[in-house]
Design a protein around this ligand. Structure first.
Ligand code: OGA
Ligand code: ZN
Ligand code: ZN
Length: 427
């Protein structure tokens, strides 16, 4: 990976390396508390650097630890109102040196400054890469029809052996939310091995991995042979694991036992367009979830509240879907809802479920929902913070093994694979 100063340069910016112009001027504006670098030949290419930000990101070995790639400057030693006493460009315009009124002096390479500058647009934003790739919705809510989407299938052996195949699988999981892994075998160790290949299994009260079959005294409705409502797993946790692996060990030999997946973000988008009043409730009303009981010799009582549809809102007003939390069986009896709102909150929950189930006449269920009967040895790897899942009822024997993972760890794996394979932005 190419490194300049104390930060690696984003891939797309590498093309600027050799175009450093000679006629570079640097201006200090003490009132705005900004240093601006401009090129005489290109007014549009103004780069702005707030003084506080520049001092905060001094790349010298006192202020920055190159080995850990972390800031060494302590907040208690940093003054956000620091002033620049002088600013100088080197003779060949290769670097800029700033002397500060706290007695420190910092030198910044121009290549690095170009990569990290605040822009010249009206808001003058610095544009860091997104923390995750944008989800690709299964259904375009603005179009009447869309092709039925089919999940990508990969072979277990391929993702275990090939880093490139693993990366493609993780990208698909991030963008579509679902990948099917074939020829896994039926040993529950396989689930653990997949988790370790992706990151780590996230232990819960169900253990590092768990097995599910119909039981005489079910600890939740998953352990029956009934049809399940569409749900996300573990909504009763605030730090809910965002990725789930489900391996089919034994599939029902007769009809039923099919897995159903629905894109919660597509459903949310549909509600946003058709019923903005209900969308507002689904994105703001906290719903309390609870699960309690005993597993082995340990009692548990897990409680969390979430809005049904969680949004990620940026300071500039941009937003995107973040997570969906929905589980009819685990929604708690007690809710802190104002009496006057209760009816509408139920209407909103039901409307969301109707879109998911394809009962809303104005939506095409085939776009939001997908049905697949996993064969034994087949595994579904899916985004538990976006997809809702379910299964059809069955009779006879059927067994699944599962595990959870954290999105943070999976995204970390995706980024390091990209940098190892030199794909995408290497920042
Ligand atoms: C569950 C569940 C899926 C299945 O128990 O939470 O989603 O296919 N089970 O049995
Ligand atoms: Zn320094
Ligand atoms: Zn489930």
């Amino acid at each position: 990976m190419l490194r300049f100063g104390h930060m690696a340069l984003p891939g797309p910016l590498k093309r600027f390396f050799c175009s450093i112009a000679n006629a570079t001027t640097v201006l200090l504006n003490p009132t705005e508390r900004v240093i601006t670098i401009k090129n005489a030949t290109n007014e549009d290419k103004k780069m702005h650097f707030p003084l506080a930000w520049l001092r905060d990101n001094c790349p010298c070995p006192v202020c920055y630890s190159a080995s850990s790639e972390l800031r060494n400057l302590k907040m208690m030693d940093f003054c956000p109102r620091v002033n620049a006493v002088s600013v100088q460009m080197s003779e060949q315009s290769e670097s800029m040196t700033v002397s500060w009124d706290d007695g420190h002096s910092s030198s910044y390479r121009l290549e690095w400054l170009r990569a990290v500058a605040f822009g010249a647009d009206t808001a003058g934003r610095q544009r860091p890469p997104l923390t995750r790739n944008r989800p690709v919705l299964w259904c375009d809510a603005s179009k009447a029809t869309a092709p039925i989407w089919q999940p990508k299938k990969v072979r277990f052996e391929h993702i275990m052996k090939s880093d490139a195949e693993l990366l493609l699988t993780l990208l698909e999981l991030e963008e579509r939310g679902l990948v099917l892994i074939e020829d896994c075998g039926v040993d529950s160790e396989v689930v653990k091995n997949i988790c370790k290949r992706l990151s780590f299994p996230r232990t819960t009260h169900y253990g590092e991995t768990f097995e599910m079959r119909a039981e005489a005294k079910p600890r939740n409705l998953g352990y029956t042979s009934d049809r399940l409502d569409f749900h996300t797993d573990l909504p009763y946790m605030h730090e809910q694991p965002g990725v789930q692996a489900l391996l089919c060990q034994v599939q029902a030999s007769g009809p039923g036992g099919d897995s159903l997946f629905a894109d919660g973000f597509s459903a949310a988008e549909h509600i946003r367009r058709s019923r903005p009043d209900l969308f507002r409730l689904l994105t703001t009303v906290p719903v309390r979830f609870r699960d309690r009981g005993q597993l082995a010799d340990r009692r548990f009582d897990l409680v969390a509240t979430h809005a049904t549809i969680e949004l990620d809102c940026q300071p500039d007003g941009e937003w995107c879907y973040r997570r969906v939390h929905f589980s009819n069986q685990q929604r708690d009896l007690l809710q802190a809802w104002p009496l006057a709102d209760v009816q509408l909150i139920y209407d909103a929950l039901k409307a969301f479920n109707d879109v998911i189930e394809g009962r809303d006449i104005s939506s095409d269920s085939s776009k939001v929902q997908l049905q697949v009967k996993l064969r034994s040895g087949e595994m579904a790897l899916f985004d538990n913070s976006r997809l809702l899942h379910s299964r059809t009822g069955f009779s006879g024997e059927r067994q699944l093994a599962g595990a959870y993972l954290l999105w943070d760890e999976v995204l970390s794996r995706r980024r390091t694979l990209e940098s190892q394979l030199q794909i995408g932005r290497q920042d």
